[in-house]
Write a protein that binds this ligand. Structure first.
Ligand code: MIG
Length: 651
């Protein structure tokens, strides 16, 4: 059951799609609202688990820390952090009762989940204008399903998006991109997508391509399509300030950019230098920006990623003005009493939260400060594209994912998990975020495999790919200046070919389970406790997940190991995809096991009396031959395979 509690005059975020009447009842389960909307508290039982919060650091069970919803370009995904790129204000209290709470509030919101007082859950915000949706159900699964129904059906990508994609910040020339594809194809490394980071553009201007490198971009897109490659260009939130640049000129003329309090266009430096932010919260501006994707759609592009939309800021004139006297004082020899002051003074320039209070959106004719609706920016950028696609290409699904989001964005696209590092611990973090994001509606997601920042090693990339084999978004991406980590950069390419090949063997199953999850408002990845709620061991597992209704995954995330411990809540069939193309199969009993998994093997576990389809290896999604499908798992089990053309939108 869903109850809607209304405090003050909430901002309409349009996160929720169902009409729910406001309830005047108190919360049904121990939640109390202190000070009428500023604070909500709940006394946790020792055995309660707290799930949710979508994209965040730390555990699947989020209990025991402090999280703040405030979208930020945070490149250090370490345990001390409270906020990341997105704001997903849904928590699920799982104990003797099952309660979901969604705080529909677009600015800073704090979840103290037993941080200040161990058994006390406190959610607080700065203003009393919000909706709190309270969802009660028979099980965790039931609560999530009701919540997902409330917020609307998750985004459905084209089927090619279930292939593998290669990316690297730094590919620039037409030949850079060509060579990646050529080397993948020559080595028979399966691939469907090649990502274009900011250097494909003309001076980082959205909806342009570098004219010297891509004089006939449509022909270039065709050249790639002929090799079954979809190019995926990036779009950044900031529009370059440059006379004569049509997007800038139109936005300025029509007042579609965010403004300062004095009515001038707010300027912020990002990659292109000075830019303006489109006012994605203004419906006219949103429509205008979304239709700009037509420039690339008309050249044959059918896939995008939206970046820098927290929004990310490098510096503003206001920030510089504040910094100048401080720097001058330092140059004048006034180092104060703290010699570390110099670095502290300059870092505050980028991603300075003060900048969010310096620009305004125009909503229903009123100026609304970004600070008060901050978490809706990335959501509405991706919404602008998603809404435009239904008009511009009504017969086609478009691949779309975003860095920042709020609940509601899951209807228009997926997300990637941002700037992780080539750290073993980030393989585990990748795994932990999956069910949390799924609860919030985000099904099409994945992390930068191999890690974005820092230098990757061969074993790390292989182990990470063996998790990526299961995530809908399977992309190897890395930052400018890091060690090259394409699958052909390391010795024994055949091991990479094998791991990527396993992904393609699983596409019929993964696509089927993804579509069932999307169409039925279900999760694709579940914590073990969702499936085995009575099993006290299962309730504590943080490094294994249930995928779909048939399998469990347990990737390896430590270096220099030849296997790992797993916990099986019931008997399962342990499967390894061996490098010679054969399968290793062994029935393992309920309980703890150590399983051997070599670097070039991909493990999974099939639940008792279940089976899954696998097909033969293909080098791209359109080449997958469903006629080669065979069932693996328990012999007499049945599997209901969902399939469709993978292109036509489902309305
Ligand atoms: O400030 O476009 O998260 O994936 O490669 C960095 C360059 C901007 C951040 C994205 C990353 C991308 C990078 N971008």
């Amino acid at each position: 059951m869903v109850k809607k509690h209304v405090y003050g005059t909430p901002f309409e975020t349009e996160a929720v799609v169902l009409t729910v009447a406001a309830s005047s009842d108190p919360f049904s389960v121990g939640v109390s609202s202190v000070e009428n909307g500023y604070q909500f508290t709940y006394e946790m039982a020792d055995t309660d688990l707290i799930f949710g919060l979508g994209e965040n650091t730390r555990g699947i069970n989020k209990r025991g820390y402090l999280y703040t919803s405030y979208c930020i370009d945070e490149k250090d995904h370490t345990e001390d952090k409270h906020s990341m790129y997105s704001a997903h204000n849904f928590i699920l209290i799982s104990g003797t009762s099952h309660v979901g709470l969604f705080f529909d509030y677009p600015s800073r919101l704090t979840f103290d989940l037993g941080y200040t007082v161990q058994n006390q859950l406190t959610v607080s915000c700065d203003s009393t204008d919000l909706y709190v949706y309270e969802i009660t159900g028979d099980s965790d699964e039931d609560v999530v399903k009701q919540f997902r129904h409330l917020i609307g059906r998750s985004y459905i990508p084209p089927k090619f998006a279930f292939g593998f994609g290669q990316s690297r910040w730094g590919y620039k020339t037409a030949d850079d991109f060509r060579n990646v594809v050529k080397t993948y194809r020559e080595n028979h490394l399966p691939i469907d997508m090649l990502y274009m980071d900011i250097d494909y553009m003309d001076h980082f201007k959205d909806f342009t391509v570098n004219p010297e490198e891509f004089p006939d971009f449509a022909a270039y897109v065709d050249e790639m399509k002929a090799q079954n490659i979809h190019l995926v260009p990036i779009i950044d939130a900031g529009v370059k300030v440059e006379d004569g640049y049509d997007v800038y000129e139109e936005g300025k003329e029509k007042n579609y950019f965010c403004k300062r309090a004095d009515g001038s266009d707010f300027a912020v430096a990002v990659w292109p230098g000075w830019t303006h932010f489109p006012d994605f919260l203004n419906p006219d501006a949103r429509k205008w920006f979304g239709h700009k994707y037509e420039f690339l759609l008309s050249k044959g592009i059918d896939a995008f990623w939206n970046d820098m939309n927290e929004p990310a800021t490098f510096y503003t004139e206001e920030g510089l003005a504040e910094l100048r006297p401080k720097l001058q004082a330092i140059l004048d020899g006034d180092l104060g009493d703290n010699p570390s002051r110099l670095s502290a003074t300059t870092t505050v320039l980028s991603h300075n939260p003060k900048d969010f209070s310096r620009f305004y959106h125009k909503i229903d004719g009123k100026m609304v400060c970004n600070e008060t609706v901050h978490n809706l920016f990335g959501y509405n950028m991706t919404r602008s594209a998603g809404e435009a696609f239904t008009e511009l290409v009504p017969d086609k699904r478009i691949l779309m994912f975003s860095r920042s989001s709020y609940i509601g964005m899951h209807r228009y696209g997926g997300t990637w998990m941002g700037d992780n590092k080539s750290w073993w611990s980030h393989i585990l973090l990748n795994l932990k975020m999956l069910p949390s994001l799924n609860m919030c509606g985000i099904l099409y997601t994945g992390a930068d495999l191999g890690g974005f920042l820092c230098n990757a090693t061969r074993d790390l990339v292989l182990r990470w790919l063996a998790l990526g084999v299961f995530t809908p978004l399977m992309r190897n991406h890395t930052a400018l200046g890091t060690r090259e980590q394409e699958c052909y950069q390391f010795e024994h390419i055949e091991d990479f070919r094998h791991v990527l090949g396993v992904r393609y063997r699983l596409v019929p199953y993964l696509y089927s389970e993804y579509m069932k999850a999307a169409l039925n408002d279900e999760m694709l990845f579940r914590p073990l406790s969702f499936v085995y709620p009575e099993d006290t061991h299962a309730r504590e597992v943080e490094d294994q997940l249930m995928l779909g209704h048939e399998i469990m995954i347990a990737p390896i995330y430590t270096q220099n190991t030849t296997g790992r411990y797993v916990y099986l809540p019931e008997e399962m069939k342990f499967i390894k995809f061996l490098p010679d193309g054969c399968l290793y199969e062994e029935i393992l009993s309920q309980g703890h096991h150590y399983v051997d998994v070599a670097l070039n093997e991909v493990p999974l576990f099939i639940r008792k009396d279940k089976c899954i389809p696998i097909c033969d290896v293909a080098e791209s999604v359109p080449e997958i031959d469903y006629a080669t499908i065979q069932m693996i798992g328990y012999p007499d089990a049945k599997y209901d395979l969902y399939d469709d053309d993978g292109v036509t939108p489902i309305r």
